[in-house]
Ligand binder design. Structure first.
Ligand code: ADP
Length: 195
């Protein structure tokens, strides 16, 4: 089973992806984590990505699609993955469909964590104030705003793309973590059953 967790920065995609990884043995594929690892290791990809990420812009589609396509070939991905922070553009979504089709697989569902995104920025800002040591290089108030603007402009249009494919399901991302997990569990439980 291959799933996409969808939502603005701070919606809780990473948290829910980890729950699914632990409970269902799916592999969490976070392009943000992969890119940060590339930056930390000083790879070519990391060098190309660092400044872009620090200002809250999107890393070019071909680079991101490349790391995902390569990762999907690893045997551990065979039983299913949860995409977290990917795709972020319609071009990435189309490329993902092609890569998956090449492996005889497809996205089963796109789970939108619907949140009040302005409230999210406020929550992330206070988290950074309370624990600055844990903050990322792109967790400044300006960059958070920028990431949200980029989300609205480039990523939100994907909702229509996946709605058109009949794959979009929405859960209330403002609910407590355990309730969000339960809602996702119900969705997954219903996949493949006639509606
Ligand atoms: P968040 O969801 O909190 O914004 P991520 O960890 O998903 O953070 O991403 C951090 C940064 O990494 C993004 O602002 C962007 O620069 C880059 N990035 C991550 N995923 C992608 C992607 N799919 N396409 C382009 N850039 C990406």
């Amino acid at each position: 089973m291959d799933l996409i967790l969808f939502g603005p920065p701070g919606a809780g995609k990473g948290t829910q992806a980890k729950v699914l990884q632990d409970e269902r043995g799916l592999i969490q594929l976070s392009t943000g984590d992969m890119l940060r690892a590339a930056v930390a290791q000083g790879t070519e990809l990391g060098k190309k990505s660092k400044a872009i990420m620090d200002r809250g812009d999107l890393v070019p589609d071909d680079l991101v699609i490349g790391i995902i396509a390569e990762r999907l070939e690893k045997p551990d991905c065979a039983k299913g993955v949860i995409f977290d922070g990917f795709p972020r553009t319609v071009a990435q979504a189309k490329a993902l469909d092609v890569v998956l089709a090449g492996q005889g697989r497809k996205i089963d569902a796109v789970i939108e964590l619907r949140v009040d995104d302005e409230a999210m920025v406020g929550r992330m800002e206070s988290r950074v104030r309370e624990n600055p040591a844990a903050a990322r290089a792109d967790d400044t108030p300006e960059t958070l705003r920028k990431r949200l603007a980029v989300y609205r402009q480039n990523t939100e249009p994907l909702l229509d793309f996946y709605r058109g494919q009949g794959k979009l399901v929405t859960v209330d991302g403002m609910a407590p973590i355990a309730e969000v997990s339960a809602a996702i569990k119900r969705i997954i439980g219903g996949l493949g059953k006639p509606s």
